[in-house]
Design a protein around this ligand. Structure first.
Ligand code: NAI
Length: 246
């Protein structure tokens, strides 16, 4: 029996990269899925997860949009009969040095990475508190812990997620709803493919394990935090970074 058998999970940004790896790992562990993405088609990941025997609902929505995000939880409950696990994974970057950063670059990143997660956590918490069981997992970043030149917006959003995780964890603990974060280091996805070879070589030097991570290593952490094995862990930030920050 899978570790997530009989559970329903809502995963944002599930079309590719880390979100897709989490969706497929959850499907292998028995979860039914409500997958959300802004624009990238979800057909491929949906058919992979359905082939594993899961029920899958795919939705295009912008998590930064209040109305769009708020209805997602209700939709998941209506379509799949409940909501047990929320993974806030959707995220974007709009890099620029502080003195050159545009207001829109700051707002877009905060609205997607932080505000979107807030909208979904708020709705999911209502369902989970009633059920007296739930798992919320927020995908933060090592950048939220140690900062990064050119990413004040992104670092603020990812550090914000950690603070939000800890506060929600305290509020929801009495109802046995756990709230944790994962802070990945450098994971090879479309988001990081844009870096040039020199930047990648420099990054490699900062990783004690000497290699970049695959999306599946983050997915393994998410499966653990969503499973019964992590029932006594809340308010924690799991570093999946090859030792980049310790
Ligand atoms: P990616 O760019 O490959 O995928 C991001 C996904 O989020 C896409 O499916 C996209 O459609 C979705 N998305 C973006 N904005 C959205 C919105 N407004 N509404 C709904 N969906 C939206 O990114 P990747 O690399 O898979 O990253 C996933 C998460 O992990 C992000 O939150 C990112 O910040 C975080 N992360 C990634 C790291 C890496 O090295 N790749 C390192 C640390 C954290």
């Amino acid at each position: 029996m899978g570790k997530l058998e009989g559970k329903v999970a809502l995963i944002t940004g599930a079309a590719r990269g880390i979100g897709r790896a989490i969706a497929e790992a959850f499907a292998r562990e028995g979860a039914d899925l409500f997958l959300v993405t802004r624009s990238t088609p979800l057909d491929e990941v949906k058919s992979v997860c359905e082939a594993l025997g899961r029920r899958v609902v795919a939705r295009q929505a912008n998590v930064a949009d209040h109305t769009g995000a708020t209805v997602l939880v209700g939709d998941a409950v209506a379509q799949l009969g409940g909501l047990d696990i929320l993974v806030n994974n959707a995220g974007i970057t709009r890099d620029a040095l502080l003195v050159r950063m545009k207001d829109a670059d700051f707002d877009d990143v905060i609205n997607t990475n932080l505000r979107g997660a807030f909208y979904l956590m708020r709705e999911a918490a209502k369902v989970m508190m009633k059920k007296r069981w739930g798992r919320i997992i927020n995908i933060s970043s090592v950048v939220g812990e140690v900062g990064n030149a050119g990413q004040v917006n992104y670092a603020a959003s990812k550090a914000g997620l950690i603070g939000m995780t800890k506060s929600a964890a305290r509020e929801l603990a009495p109802r046995q709803v756990t709230v944790n974060a994962i802070a990945p280091g450098f994971i090879t996805t479309d988001m990081t493919e844009v870096l040039n070879d020199a930047a990648k070589a420099q990054l490699l030097q900062s990783i004690p394990l000497g290699r970049f991570g695959a999306p599946e290593v983050v997915a393994a952490g998410a499966v653990f935090l969503a499973s019964g094995d992590a029932a006594y862990i809340t308010g924690h930030t799991l570093a999946v970074n090859g030792g980049m920050a310790m």
